[in-house]
Design a protein around this ligand. Structure first.
Ligand code: IMP
Ligand code: MG
Length: 187
């Protein structure tokens, strides 16, 4: 899977490349085709809501591959551990620009871990009277789920390890690597 020619060298923090750039690109193509098919009869443009910061690269790639009418929007929420938040606690830091009421909404997320972030967002958007709500997540850690979340468009299952690249970070590092890499456990 890993192509040493297209991948920058790994640093001392990174154990191995889990998903190389070509595999990412091929999978995003497939996901875009599935989403196109699902929403081909849509009346008003689909609103893509990316969860900042982690989703911004997946959002950019996915949105450019969609052929259905769509609008790009973002939301920011706190992740657990940040500013000493309790695990499982989710706070809204920045809301969408679009009014989601009566609209078809697709939440675009980097990774499904405990499921707390997405279950919070799905509840929030339903309470705002969306016409429909669905989710796409690029990576899933099935072993870590704490709350059930229904994902319509899933990229890859991965093991319970910390991964970086393609939007995902470790303390703001490695976010723009073109591949998904597994980190060594950090002390
Ligand atoms: P949740 O536990 O499903 O609510 O996921 C919370 C957030 O934690 C995700 O949206 C990611 O931003 C972050 N996260 C979880 N696992 C990883 C990882 O392996 N690398 C980088 N970020 C992660
Ligand atoms: Mg995230």
């Amino acid at each position: 899977m890993a192509d040493s020619l297209s991948s920058p060298p790994l640093t001392k923090d990174l154990r191995r490349v889990l998903i190389d750039a070509d595999s990412i690109s091929r999978r995003v193509d497939e996901l875009a085709r599935e989403i196109d098919e699902r929403y081909k009869d849509i009346e008003e443009p689909l609103i893509l809501v990316g969860v900042l910061k982690g989703s911004f690269i997946y959002m950019a790639d996915l949105a450019r591959k969609l052929t259905i009418p769509h609008i790009v929007d973002f939301i920011a929420i706190s992740s657990y551990g940040a500013q000493g938040d309790k695990r499982g606690e989710v706070r809204l830091l920045m809301d969408t620009r679009e009014n989601l009421s009566g609209r078809d909404v697709l939440v675009v997320e980097d990774i499904l871990d405990s499921g707390n972030t997405l279950s919070y967002l799905i509840r929030l958007f339903k309470s705002r009277g969306v016409k429909s709500i669905s989710t796409t997540v690029f990576l899933d850690k099935p072993e870590r789920h704490e709350v059930p979340v229904d994902i319509a468009f899933m990229g890859f299952d991965i093991p319970d390890v910390w991964v970086v690249g393609y939007g995902l970070d470790y303390k703001e590092k490695y976010r723009t690597l073109p591949y998904i890499a597994e980190m060594y456990p950090q002390k």
